[in-house]
Design a protein around this ligand. Structure first.
Ligand SMILES: C[S@@+](CC[C@H](N)C(=O)[O-])C[C@H]1O[C@@H](n2cnc3c(N)ncnc32)[C@H](O)[C@@H]1O
Length: 332
């Protein structure tokens, strides 16, 4: 009997969640606007991107070792098809991108927005910072259409990090991000006035997307060769040799390493070299889910903390996303 009641409650909860999701999407659609026709410069960016996308070397699933690799492979294939068959400037409408690297209609975004709005620096920093761009064609956030679920979510990471550690994100000369999605975080930081440099390590396909996104926003984005100069702030790499090369240009003791729902979704063989590459950073901002596929993340990140007593650690269970955590570290 108890089992039946539990099952019924679960069914009711998922029906309610589905209904609320539909409502949020309907409200968001009321604010939605079409993108204007592309300019000549935009058409060129689109063509350049499509040329890169046509060259994607996505391996056959049977050659991949883990479920996670196969999952990412599927997302890459769907993204490729979307870019080739639709207007790439609307990539945030691609189903696989919505599922894998963005949170357009998050059920918790309004809580994160509430937190940002309650801060003393809402007017001076976050209100402008979270204002969205047309490029990518994000869904307007249902109760705050000037922004998007993803932009609000990322702003929340930064604001909470500052509150919990007392360290400002602008106090780092470089940000090094593992798994940067489509590049929303460097864009947000740019809008917040961050003057330092930003490096993303990701799969080649997502690096290409980040490049397209940041270029489309006229950000000072470039290749690794250009990254050392003053005019080039953001760079995306996907080869370990390029990461090693990039690290030579970075003062780790003045850098922040970020990995939100990315390191925790990568196999251990990827995590180890990544964490080794950033050993010695000033600050760490990680977000993770307790389990991903068969990977037990709480144990993994607990061990990581224990192995690094040179940091002050804050491990927070995220109240509005049950089963998910932030791990913030600041060097003593
Ligand atoms: C769930 S998304 C998170 C994106 C972003 N950090 C955020 O919080 O919105 C995971 C990111 O990690 C990257 N990623 C996952 N596994 C990876 C791997 N094995 N190597 C490189 N990047 C990986 C994905 O391409 C993607 O950009």
């Amino acid at each position: 009997m108890k089992k039946k009641i539990r099952k019924l409650k679960q069914q009711l909860r998922s029906q309610r969640d589905y209904f609320l999701k539909r409502m949020r999407m309907k409200i968001s659609a009321l604010w939605d606007r079409e993108l204007p026709a592309p300019s000549i410069a935009e058409k060129q960016k689109v063509e350049d991107f499509r040329t890169i996308v046509r060259g994607f070397q996505i391996p056959e699933d049977q050659f991949l070792a883990t479920d996670a690799d196969r999952m990412w492979n599927r997302f890459k294939r769907e993204m490729r098809d979307y870019i080739l068959e639709n207007d790439p400037r609307t990539f945030l409408r691609c189903r696989s991108i919505i599922k894998s690297i963005s949170v357009p209609d998050s059920p918790y975004g309004y809580k994160e927005l509430g937190y940002l709005r309650s801060r003393q620096d809402w007017k001076s920093r976050w209100e402008f910072g979270i204002e969205e761009d047309a490029w990518g064609h994000p869904h307007p956030y249902w109760c705050y259409p000037k922004s998007s679920g993803t932009r609000i979510h990322h702003a929340y990471h930064l604001a909470l990090f500052e509150e919990m550690t007392g360290v400002k994100f602008s106090d780092h000369s470089t940000f090094i991000e593992f798994g940067g999605g489509y590049g929303n975080m460097p864009r947000l930081m740019n809008k917040l006035g961050y003057q330092g440099r930003y490096l993303i390590f990701d799969f080649p396909e997502f690096s290409a997307l980040q490049h397209f996104y940041l270029e489309g926003l006229e950000m000072s984005h470039g290749d690794l060769d250009q990254w050392s100069c003053e005019e080039c702030h953001q760079c995306t790499v996907s080869e370990w040799s390029d990461l090693a090369e990039a690290m030579k240009k970075v003062d780790l003791t003045d850098s922040l390493f970020m990995a939100t729902w990315s390191l925790s979704e990568a196999p251990f063989v990827i995590r180890e070299p990544m964490l080794k590459a950033v050993e010695g950073v000033k600050s760490i901002l990680i977000a993770f889910q307790s389990h991903f596929e068969d990977l037990a993340n709480v144990d993994y990140f607990n061990d990581y903390q224990k192995g690094h007593p040179e940091y002050d650690w804050v491990l927070l269970s995220i109240e509005h996303i049950p089963g998910h955590y932030y791990l913030f570290g600041t060097r003593r």
